[in-house]
Design a protein around this ligand. Structure first.
Ligand code: HEC
Length: 366
């Protein structure tokens, strides 16, 4: 995976100094996907031509009412580009799907509601308005703004299925909730926002809603307006919990819901960070660990649990205090009552392990 590294000025310099990049712009945007909060996003580009690997210095610009963001390709592709795909995606996309993007996009790079993407200064642009980008977690759009089943494919030709539930989210800054996908029979499928009065728990429809255009489906976890009276919200993310709730209509001008009935509450499952890998014990540590248990089993009844000596000599102040001498003594003669029980062989390192233990633990510091 590569990250954005180039500044605008180096991008221009490199673009100017590398003739190859001028040949590498036969890519077009073929798929765009964002989930409802912009964390899971990908852009797929495809090329019909060969020799389109020189991407360094080319930019991809995203624009929306919120502003502009620039992504600069900081690396080239090695391999045949004819018929190939190129995948730019967020880290969260990679974690969710296990598919490795060719380049990493920052979260929220693709405008959620309306905006445009411009590849290589106008070589290919996609522009969409409110209602054209599905936020249902089930569909992407093609470069021609057609809703499609997401098929993110990277340069290696690998693909992964993708499905994300759209959550209703609370925005504390203006005390509103956004319902990304609401199915209202007879009206259509829309994206609506409500102002929330936190004292009365009344939800008043704001006028910044929009209906999705044809072909965009409700998806898996859409909110539903049922029987003209109840707003069913399957998943409202609030703090660390996900509420499933019904709101009942109170007024139709302005449309206001209230009397929430909570149907279920689930904790938000944070993705668990990968556990720190245990350091691999080095071979000395493994030998010591084996040595401790072999000593306790075979030697301590005569030499004592700390090598202090019981019926047999003390090993702590023994003249057997170099590795070779000690190992050879054990290998050949110990345990006294059964010397073959601790010998170094193809399948056992008993004498070596115990010699390590005696020298490094029992005799250590003496
Ligand atoms: C049944 C009792 C017995 C057991 C079990 C036994 N030893 Fe011994 N060990 C002796 C006796 C007795 C001597 C002294 C005579 C000799 O050196 O053979 C001795 C001597 C030694 C010496 C030489 C010490 C010195 O300073 O002279 C070493 C080293 C030693 N044992 C290691 C071991 C180890 C390691 C084990 C376990 C694998 C072991 N022994 C198990 C009885 C035992």
């Amino acid at each position: 995976m590569r990250r954005i590294a180039l500044t605008v000025s180096t991008a221009i310099l490199i673009g100017a100094s590398l003739p190859i990049s001028a040949q590498s712009q036969n890519w077009s945007i073929t798929e765009l996907f964002t989930n409802s909060d912009g964390q899971i996003q990908y852009i797929e580009l495809s090329s019909a031509s060969a020799n389109q690997g020189g991407l360094s210095g080319i930019s991809l610009i995203s624009s929306s009412a919120q502003g502009e963001a620039e992504f600069n390709f900081d690396d080239d592709l090695n391999g045949d580009t004819a018929g190939a795909s190129l995948l730019l995606a967020t880290d969260d996309f990679a974690n969710l799907t296990g598919l490795t993007p060719d380049f990493i996009l920052p979260n929220g790079f693709i405008p959620l509601v309306s905006g445009s993407l411009d590849f290589a200064q106008g070589t290919d642009t996609v522009e969409y308005s409110a209602g054209q980008m599905p936020l249902n977690g089930e569909q992407a759009i093609s470069g021609e703004l057609q809703p499609i089943v997401p098929e993110p494919t990277n340069f290696a030709g690998l693909s992964a299925p993708l499905s994300v539930d759209p959550f209703t989210t609370f925005d504390a800054s203006d005390s509103s909730i956004n319902v990304p996908v609401l199915e209202a029979p007879g009206v259509g499928i829309g994206n609506v926002n409500f102002s929330v009065d936190l004292d009365t728990l009344e939800f008043t429809l704001r006028n910044d809603y929009f209906l999705y255009s044809g072909g965009i489906t409700a998806g898996n976890a859409a909110a539903e307006f049922q029987n003209g009276t109840v707003l069913y919200i399957p998943a409202l993310m609030f703090g660390n919990e996900i509420y499933e709730a019904n709101l009942n209509i109170l007024d139709d001008d302005p449309i206001t819901f209230g009397n929430p009935e909570v149907l279920s509450v689930m904790p938000v499952l944070e993705p668990q960070p990968d556990p720190e890998p245990e350091p691999e014990p080095d071979s000395d540590q493994e030998s010591l660990t084996r040595g401790i248990s072999a000593y306790n089993a075979l030697c301590q009844q005569c030499h004592g649990n700390n090598g202090q000596g019981v019926t047999a000599p003390n090993l702590v102040n023994s003249s057997f205090n170099t590795f070779d001498v000690l190992r050879n003594k054990i290998d050949a003669t110990m345990p006294k009552n059964n010397p073959s029980a601790c010998s170094d062989t193809d399948s056992s390192s008993c004498a070596t392990d115990i010699a390590n233990y005696v020298l490094n633990v029992l005799q250590d510091g003496s």
